[in-house]
Design a protein around this ligand. Structure first.
Ligand code: SF4
Ligand code: SF4
Length: 409
């Protein structure tokens, strides 16, 4: 294993110990497409050690820690639903991190739908200082519209019980919401729920956009290069996205700057300041973060778990070779290099950068491919927030807090 690599920057590989498997059946979930292909029930019921094996966990932990050039190492556990793996798996992960990472500061985050949380889990998460990302889509009515279980029942009350337990045990957690065709109709109820009922400090809102393409193997969703596919009914429409985020912004900018952190607003301000936004979707290039499936296959990005984006397998290829190699660098740069002229000449490019390539399936007015589906919404949003962003930028450059903006508008 080499000891020096060309870039001394953190390197992220999100691990999926349970693969795409999940206990829920959220109607917009693209993971379910992949779950269909791995015949999950058979594997869970018939394999002693399904999902990521202990030996793979050990190799991943050792290699991931060894190649980091910075003192901090972040492990991110993702799914499907990562808590389908038992708590003993994560206790082992912590033991391995302690063994292989004696000279490092190690932290962990886990993204979950929250239904498997128990007092035992919460005690563990608290004691080990893990950050938990909880998927929740707003009020009960908004959440239960799409986030249902295998019996078709809403899951809101069970998620809230998980959150109650996290609070009881003092576990740090963030909310991860989607914006979809349903909850987009009431942005104020959505935002106030997170602020006033959940008392969230950090809120990540991801737009749901999928297209329909029926496949002979039972899958229903289109991939990036499929053309002429209708938008799935649960998807947020471009203008809905723009107006939804504008309404939330208006509430935030009057009351909550410096108190509540909404990822898109932070990223937009970063774009205005000319600094890295901290989230790949609004960055100039794709993230230097890959994803590892439960069998050790490593892909360029969690949204591109397709054969042409496979970088290799951790059993056969070193992580640095995969992540700093030509294939991943090309993937990263393509986000910028493939921008259509409309984006390159756009006044909002500094904050948008054409957003995520997975949604670039439109053509521009002059017929060039590669325009982001949500472009019209982003233009509404950036136009609306520009005066506030200008003001906050000036305040920050003058060494003052951006929260002064709340008094002005
Ligand atoms: S494809 Fe999208 S999600 Fe993946 S790294 Fe690029 S911007 Fe991020
Ligand atoms: S707002 Fe639209 S045109 Fe401008 S950079 Fe974003 S996607 Fe491209």
């Amino acid at each position: 294993m080499p000891t020096a690599y060309p870039y001394a920057r953190p390197l992220y590989v999100m691990a999926k110990p349970a693969g795409p498997l999940c206990n829920l059946r959220c109607q917009y979930c693209y993971y379910l497409e992949k779950q269909h292909l791995v015949n999950s029930k058979f594997k869970i019921q018939n394999s002693k050690e399904w999902g990521m094996s202990s030996s793979l966990l050990e190799q991943f932990t050792r290699d991931y820690i060894q190649l980091q050039q910075t003192p901090d190492v972040l492990f991110t556990w993702h799914g499907g639903e990562p808590m389908l793996k038992p708590l003993s798996f994560y206790r082992q992960a912590v033991r391995l991190q302690q063994y292989y990472g004696r000279s490092k500061r190690i932290s962990n985050s886990i993204q979950t739908n929250g239904l498997f949380l128990t007092p035992e889990w919460c005690q563990f998460l608290h004691d080990e200082g893990w950050l938990v990302g909880i998927s929740i889509d707003g009020t009960q009515e908004q959440h239960d519209a799409y986030r249902i279980d295998a019996q078709g029942q809403g899951t809101f009350e069970r998620v809230m019980e998980g959150i109650r337990m996290l609070n009881e045990y003092g576990v740090e957690w963030n909310a991860m919401a989607t914006a979809n065709h349903h909850n987009a109709q009431d942005p104020i109820a959505f935002y106030r729920f997170f602020r006033d009922e959940l008392h969230c400090k950090y809120l990540q809102i991801s737009p749901v956009v999928e297209r329909i393409r029926e496949h002979s193997d039972g899958r229903h969703l289109a991939q990036l290069f499929d053309e002429d596919c209708p938008i799935a009914p649960f998807s947020i429409r471009p203008e809905e996205w723009g107006h939804f985020m504008c309404a939330i912004f208006d509430e935030w900018v009057r009351h909550d700057v410096g108190e509540m952190f909404v990822q898109l607003f932070d990223a937009t301000l970063a774009g205005w300041m000319g600094v890295e936004p901290g989230v790949c979707v609004y960055a100039e290039e794709c993230g230097h973060a890959a994803v590892m499936e439960k069998n050790g296959d490593v892909y360029s990005c969690d949204h591109f778990v397709f054969p042409q984006y496979k970088l290799g397998n951790i059993r056969e290829n070193g992580l640095p070779q995969m992540l700093y190699g030509a294939k991943q660098n090309r993937f990263s740069r393509l986000k910028k290099e493939a921008l259509p002229r409309q984006c390159r000449e756009c006044q909002w490019l500094k904050a948008c950068h054409g957003e995520c390539p997975r949604l670039r399936f439109l053509h521009t007015a002059d017929g060039e491919p590669g325009l982001n589906y949500l472009c019209a919404g982003y233009r509404i949003f950036f136009q609306h927030v520009a005066p506030y962003m200008d003001y906050m930028r000036q305040e920050l450059l003058a060494g003052r807090s951006a929260s002064g903006v709340m008094k002005l508008f």
